[in-house]
Write a protein that binds this ligand. Structure first.
Ligand code: TPP
Ligand code: MG
Length: 595
């Protein structure tokens, strides 16, 4: 096109705005309509801008910064959409730290808006209110994308960039800080529009290679992680096409409907891992299968991951497909039409194996009988929020999850106490579906104070607290593995029913599964903040279903083939004499989730 005819780029309109107003306008432009927050002087101008946004923005204030951050995390996990929280610097940031860490581990799009001391004082150590050394450095280690807003004119673009970063490559949290004296500064501002999503090109050759490998395999196992949550229909289709069971543990539950006999958890998953000749791993680190159950040269692994670095972190797969799971799997399904072989249907086999497993798991009857009534009362689309409790460990193994994003479990952080506030955020963001928080007496009191938030913001969350008067999971380990030397694991509890009632919430007590069923029915019908205390005794150990020995023997040659050539030569020498040398790299692992 000749130069003169090229359309002129429109100059964006400038509006006089404060940094805070530009930030809020940008949040709204990105579809964020809630901020979970705890105010303080550093962010007064930002809260005033929240106020001026009126009904467009709901500000949910909590009783502790961890509550605000966990609420944003719960809202992000339940919706799959970006959510924001806002806290003061220093102690406010650190109070929210465990939730931000968990959001990072769970690849959850949580935006942290964090105040700062006066701009010119940053880094000088003068002892300003809430000052913390190198706040930017601390934040930068907690999230992949962080920035400091210095001027009103920067705010909008920095918000847009932060939000875009949360869904690019590996999704995850982002953070923005802004000084106390900058939020209120005014200047002519051009609002930056949301940035278009950048997606990596799908490598068609690799999709074909994956289709060939999976198509000719006789026994395929699919492993679904958190990254498969938005690819439920594709995973279901692939499970049928490949006659492949789908293994999920914490984050991938519900991707395949838990009522499908092909939906499996670790005990059966481990057997199937041992028998498989190919694995299709979708949005999962594959840490437990590779490190606990082992790999060998007969297992062809295909990985689908949003993070380019992830697939080869532990063990180089045969094929790595990079990008969002759903579009990649759609292409894979298309290619499989050409390469897929006929396989005998495995439905009967799976039904039989599931029935056998249920018999073995009958050992966990105390936990399972409660989970059965919870499943019966929680509607199909209801959301179960897990915590690190004995009921929780059993739920990860045996609670049937029917739909994606309806089982929220804290992932590899296994962060005790996240449950109640995370569930509160999920319930706030999804008012149309019942959300259930299930904790132990230890975990619940981490954020049980947010019952005040449930009341203040009329969030009808139902919480079940299993009260055994102990950090029961820790206590059992002390009893069984440490000669009954019980230490620091007994608890002095409040009366949880009275505790709930003192906030104005409904408090109930259920002494057995039947009573729990009735209490849940009433609570879901009433739609008001409710706590149900369930007094319980010690519960049987779930570990035999979680810590299971290897089913594939690692061959050091496999590790060797992953190494760059110069290292290969050195290892070859050592490895030919000492095969164990190779195995050692896989490390040995302690109890998942018990730490
Ligand atoms: C942040 C954090 N601190 C400590 C732990 C270690 N931990 C795992 S389970 C547990 C006890 C949980 O007690 P409770 O919530 O009462 O559940 P119970 O085991 O009694 O069922 C502890 C302390 C953890 N996982 N996360
Ligand atoms: Mg307990």
């Amino acid at each position: 096109m000749p130069k003169s005819k090229r359309p002129k780029k429109a100059t964006p309109a400038l509006t006089d705005m404060s940094t805070a107003e530009a930030t809020v306008a940008s949040l709204l432009a990105h579809g964020l309509n809630a901020v979970y927050a705890l105010p303080g002087v550093h962010n007064d101008h930002l809260f005033d801008a929240f106020h001026r946004a009126g009904d467009a923005l709901r500000v949910v204030h909590t009783r502790h910064e961890q509550g605000a951050a966990y609420m944003a995390l719960g809202a992000a996990l339940a919706t799959g959409k970006p959510q924001a929280y806002c806290v003061v610097p220093g102690p406010g940031l650190l109070n929210s730290g465990a939730a931000l860490l968990t959001a990072y581990g769970m690849n959850a799009p949580v935006l942290a808006l964090i105040g700062q001391i006066p701009h010119d004082a940053i880094g000088k150590g003068q002892g300003h209110l809430h000052e913390i050394r190198d706040q930017a450095g601390i934040i930068a280690r907690l999230v992949d994308h962080s920035a400091h807003i210095r001027e009103p004119s920067e705010a909008s673009a920095k918000v847009a960039k932060a939000i875009a970063s949360m869904s690019q490559g590996r999704p995850g949290p982002a953070a923005l800080e802004c000084a106390i004296d900058v939020w209120g500064k005014r200047a002519p501002v051009a609002l930056a529009p949301p940035m278009p999503a950048r997606r990596p090109r799908i490598d068609e050759d690799k999709v074909r290679a994956a289709a060939r490998l999976l198509g000719k395999a006789k026994r395929v196992l699919i492993v679904a992680g958190g990254g498969a949550q938005d690819a439920s229909s594709e995973v279901t289709q692939l499970s049928r096409l490949l006659q492949a069971p789908v293994l999920a543990y914490r984050r991938g539950r519900g991707v395949l409907d838990g009522r499908d006999p092909f939906s499996v958890t670790p005990p059966l998953g481990r057997e199937l891992w041992g028998e498989a000749d190919a694995v299709l791993a979708i949005g999962t680190r594959l840490l437990n299968p590779i490190t606990h159950w082992g790999v060998d040269q007969n297992l062809g692994i295909v990985r689908v991951d949003a993070d380019r670095q992830e697939p080869a972190r532990l063990h180089k797969p045969k094929v790595a497909l990079i990008g969002d799971a759903a579009p990649i799997l759609q292409k894979l399904i298309g290619e499989l039409e050409k390469y897929n072989s006929r396989r005998a249907p495995r439905r009967d086999e799976m039904l039989e194996r599931q029935a056998k497993l249920r018999q073995r798991m009958a050992r966990l009857a105390p936990q399972l009988s409660f989970l059965d009534v919870i499943r019966a009362e929680l509607p199909e689309d209801g959301i179960y929020v897990d915590d690190v409790t004995q009921i929780g460990f059993a739920a990860r193994l045996a609670f049937p999850v029917y739909r994606p994003r309806t089982f929220l479990s804290p992932g590899y952080q296994d962060n005790l106490g996240w449950g109640y506030a995370t569930a509160l955020g999920a319930q706030h963001a999804r008012p149309g579906v019942p959300v259930l928080s299930v904790s132990g007496d230890g975990g619940f009191l981490y954020t049980g104070n947010e019952l005040a938030t449930a009341m203040r913001h009329r969030i009808p969350l139902v919480a079940v607290v299993f009260a055994d008067g102990a950090y029961g999971n820790v206590r059992r380990i002390q009893e069984e593995d440490f000669g009954n030397r019980v230490i620091a694991s007994d608890l002095a509890n409040p009366d949880f029913v009275k505790y709930a009632e003192s906030f104005g919430a409904a408090g109930r007590r259920a002494r057995n599964p039947q009573e729990l069923g009735l209490a849940l029915k009433a609570a879901f019908a009433a739609r008001e903040p409710t706590l149900i205390e369930v007094p319980v005794g010690p519960m049987p150990s779930p570990w035999e279903f979680l810590h299971m020995p290897r089913v594939r023997t690692l061959n050091w040659r496999i590790i060797l083939s992953d190494l760059p050539s110069p290292a290969k030569a050195g290892f070859a020498k050592a490895g030919s004499r000492y095969p164990l040398f190779g195995i050692m790299r896989m490390g040995c692992h302690d109890r998942p989730g018990s730490g």
